[in-house]
Design a protein around this ligand. Structure first.
Ligand code: E4P
Ligand code: PEP
Ligand code: MN
Length: 460
């Protein structure tokens, strides 16, 4: 079995098709973390098929999102971005999608109350099917196979056939993203997001004695709802919410096939999602991923790990947001609870001095991963919260805006992260560890986080 190898970016060949845009760049641009299917007929067949499919999002929606993110960067809104580390095809069921959307809606109401700000809701959903990995291979009991790289590349099952990189999976990723997004749109515009109902769900959470410490805030929200009702607020007008889709723009073959020309402006947009980000492992300044992000008009994000220098951040701003368009660029910092207070200040300070105003959000998950004694990849709930706290402290000290939260979470009662009010222990991780990549906060832990972050927002 051939191990995954870094591929080289290639221009998109093939016939012109309506709305297509041919993104090409020099062959020597490094494209890290790509599948080993480069140059195969199977890949050409898959991308040719993708090219015939409609965009998943409309460019005008991406522009609306850019405006919402600009408001968050100014401190007039707060971004909540959450979902699986790796979505799977099997878990794209109505129930699982509903529970994830429900969790995000519940968190958003709590954050909205805490901050007194609109919350921009965004899923790591409908396209989060590809993963960068530390190692190209995985070894179990003496057998070495290619690492799992997300359902858009290979399957999780540990067999040679399942782990082969199969470009037809890109087509399935598209269809799964389309049906997921369709259901998200149905839920969020069809009445499921009704504020009164979301509030009832939150009352259910705080009525659990384990979550008693959050009851005060829940009662305050209750009072605010009654106040709104007394004022004659039209709750029926609050039955629908905007909800945006996002994922890491990792697979260049998928993203290029879904980059389309906006009929209104003639400009290229990634139409695989409203927002795409470039990960910590692929954000090389002159690499193909940054080139892709630089070309598309969507609001885009970049992850910044603990080794980020202030100059790295400035260079990314110059590449991705040369015109300093409000809402265009989001920096997603993921430094680790033990490092954020040391590393982030210099980066933020230099960016601030340059006059740029990206949206700063915190990903308190990826810098806090470790292997537990029982052998599970996990994170401590307390570390996650501590990183968020550090993020708020740094921005407050510098007078910049802590504008959002990026979380790996699920609506299910999994046991993947240690701690929280249910006090999940290392030994309990085995009970229900379902993630195929990184450990997610479960439904309870996600809500608990929302209440804690609401307190931090309230101190703003
Ligand atoms: O989600 C992030 C990365 O893909 C993930 O943390 C990499 O994990 P690995 O170190 O197990 O490859
Ligand atoms: C791969 C991820 O993160 P990072 O790029 O920050 O490591 C992720 O968000 O799942
Ligand atoms: Mn992850």
């Amino acid at each position: 079995m051939r191990a995954q190898q870094p591929d080289r970016a290639r221009g998109v060949p093939g016939p012109a098709y309506p709305g297509s845009v041919t993104l090409t760049w020099p062959d020597d641009l490094v494209a890290a973390q790509q599948p080993s299917w480069g140059g195969t007929d199977a890949l050409s067949a898959a991308t040719a098929e993708l090219l015939t499919y409609p965009p998943l999002v409309f460019a005008g929606e991406c522009d609306n999102l850019r405006e919402r993110l600009a408001a968050a960067a100014r401190g007039e809104a707060f971004l909540l971005q959450g979902g699986d580390c790796a979505e799977t095809f099997a878990d794209a069921t109505a129930d699982a999608i509903r529970r994830r959307v429900k969790t995000i809606l519940q968190m958003a109401v709590v954050l909205m109350y805490g901050g007194g700000l609109p919350v921009v809701k965004m899923g790591r959903m409908a396209g989060q099917f590809a993963k960068p990995r530390s190692n190209d291979t995985e070894t179990r009991e003496g057998v070495t196979l290619p690492a799992y790289r997300g359902d858009a590349v290979n399957a999780y099952e540990f067999t040679e056939a399942a782990r082969a990189h199969d470009p037809q999976r890109l087509v399935r990723a598209y269809h799964t993203a389309a049906s997921t997004l369709n259901l998200i749109r149905a839920f969020t515009t069809g009445g499921f997001a009704d504020l009164r109902q979301v509030h009832e769900w939150n009352r259910g959470f705080t009525s659990n004695p384990a979550n008693a410490r959050y009851e005060v805030v829940a009662r305050e929200i209750d009072k605010a709802m009654r106040f709104m009702a007394a004022c004659g607020a039209d709750f029926d007008a609050l039955r629908g919410v905007e909800f945006f889709a996002s994922h890491e723009a990792l697979l260049l073959d998928y993203e290029r096939a879904l980059t389309r020309t906006d009929s209104r402006t003639g400009l290229p947009y990634a139409t695989s999602a409203h927002f795409v980000w470039v990960g910590e492992r692929t954000r090389e300044l002159d690499g193909a991923h940054i080139e892709l992000a630089a070309r598309v008009q969507n609001p885009v994000g970049v992850k910044l790990g603990p080794k980020t220098s202030p100059d790295d951040a400035l260079a990314l701003i110059d590449r991705l947001d040369p015109d300093r368009t409000p809402g265009r660029l989001t920096f997603i910092t993921r430094m680790g609870a033990g490092k954020i207070r040391d590393v982030l200040p210099a980066v933020v300070e230099k960016v601030r001095s340059s006059g740029a105003q990206p949206l700063w959000i915190t990903d308190p998950m990826h810098g806090n991963t470790f292997e537990s004694a029982s052998g599970y990849k996990t994170r401590r709930f307390d570390d996650v919260i501590d990183e968020v706290r550090g993020f708020f402290e740094v921005h407050r000290a510098l007078g910049t805006v802590p504008g959002g939260l990026h979380v790996e979470l699920t609506g299910d009662d999994v046991t993947e992260c240690i701690g929280g009010s249910d006090e999940i222990s290392d030994a309990a991780l085995a009970t229900r560890y379902e993630s195929v990549c990184d450990p997610r906060l479960n439904h309870q832990q996600s809500l608990e986080m929302a209440f804690l972050v609401a307190e931090m927002l309230g101190q703003r």
